[in-house]
Ligand binder design. Structure first.
Ligand code: COI
Length: 332
């Protein structure tokens, strides 16, 4: 059995090597190239294609080539399926898996770290100290335990975020269309998103980027929020109307914003722009603000997550070739 894994980073190669020692019967060929129409032919002779695209689309031009090579198994090393064209996948009868259960702590921890940094004005403080200004003022902060934290989405990641926020001693409220029994039993759910917006001092987003969630944080939503709200988006870029957030920051309604995902991040994030012309003026604007923390979709980026993403995706590929449907199969 032969797997080709596209877009492999150095940290992932470590995990691939470990996985191969456990599965000597499987050959895994890795390449740092992403799967694109120009690279699809590299998959010739393989049974499974394994990818992590992060913003690079996989559509007809690529999938038709894989289909012609006799390949119909695509395993993702990430959760988001936003890069895939499901109509085409259906047409060519692909089986697809993702890794919905890789370390939720990686993202939840990042989100709650950023939220607490925003409450304590840590970016302002870091800039001040970097410039040798060691005065205390004006960066007096808010203690997390005195805040109400609103968690939108109570899947694997949202639930860990809740535990972390509770660890700080915060009052936590949550919203999700689908109720989790534990969160329900703890009485954390509010009935509507508007209620969460009205009550929360800090809001963290942990729902998928489905069309119905598009621009969940827009001008209307921001108007309902508490003055001086802080918002963290380590979910999906399209959850937030970036222009509305910029305007909320300008008006002082939003006191801080942490953005790990961005609606136009494809081709922008995970690129070193040092010394080059920066192509996105909105992000350039956000980066310069001392109450905005931008990270380039790196909430997931831990050794534990990297290892689990590789391992779970290779396991899924192996299962497919053995005629099984892995538990992380994507239904479409
Ligand atoms: C995902 O797993 O879908 C993520 O958002 C992280 C990814 C870009 C590597």
């Amino acid at each position: 059995m032969k797997i080709i894994a596209f877009g492999i980073r150095e940290d992932e190669q470590v995990a691939v090597d470990v996985w191969m020692t456990k599965h000597p019967e499987v050959q895994v060929h890795t390449t740092s190239e992403l799967l694109k129409p120009q690279t699809a032919k590299m998959a010739e002779g393989y049974d499974v294609v394994n990818i992590l695209q992060a913003g690079i689309p996989v559509g007809e031009e690529t999938l038709s080539q894989l289909h012609d090579l006799g390949i119909n198994i695509l395993t993702l090393r990430n959760v988001g399926t936003d890069d895939l064209d499901f109509d085409v996948l259906k047409k060519y009868q692909f089986s697809v898996s993702n890794v919905p259960r890789y370390s939720p702590n990686a993202i939840a921890e990042h989100a709650m770290i950023q939220m607490s940094r925003l409450f304590r004005h840590m970016k302002q403080m870091d800039i001040k100290v970097y410039n040798h200004n060691l005065a205390w003022a004006p960066t007096i902060g808010r203690e997390v335990r005195k805040q109400t934290i609103g968690i939108v989405g109570t899947g694997n990641i949202g639930r860990v975020a809740i535990q972390i926020a509770q660890g700080f001693g915060a009052k936590v409220i949550a919203y999700d269309k689908f109720h989790n029994p534990e969160i329900e039993a703890a009485g954390l759910y509010v009935d509507t998103l508007d209620e969460l917006f009205e009550q929360a001092d800090g809001i963290s987003l942990h729902v998928p980027g489905l069309p119905e969630n598009h621009h969940m944080i827009d001008e209307n939503a921001i108007a309902k929020m508490r003055d001086k709200v802080v918002i963290v988006n380590a979910g999906r870029g399209n959850l937030v109307d970036t222009d509305a957030v910029i305007s909320g920051l300008d008006q002082g309604k939003i006191d801080g914003f942490a953005m790990d995902t961005y609606e136009d991040e494809g081709g922008l994030f995970n690129v070193d722009w040092t010394g080059k012309e920066f192509p996105d003026q909105r992000v350039a604007n956000l980066i310069t603000r001392d109450n905005v923390i931008v990270s380039p979709h790196t909430a997931f980026y831990t050794w534990t997550a990297s290892e689990e993403m590789v391992e779970q995706s290779l396991d899924a590929g192996l299962a497919y070739t053995q005629g099984q449907v892995p538990e992380q199969a994507v239904k479409f």
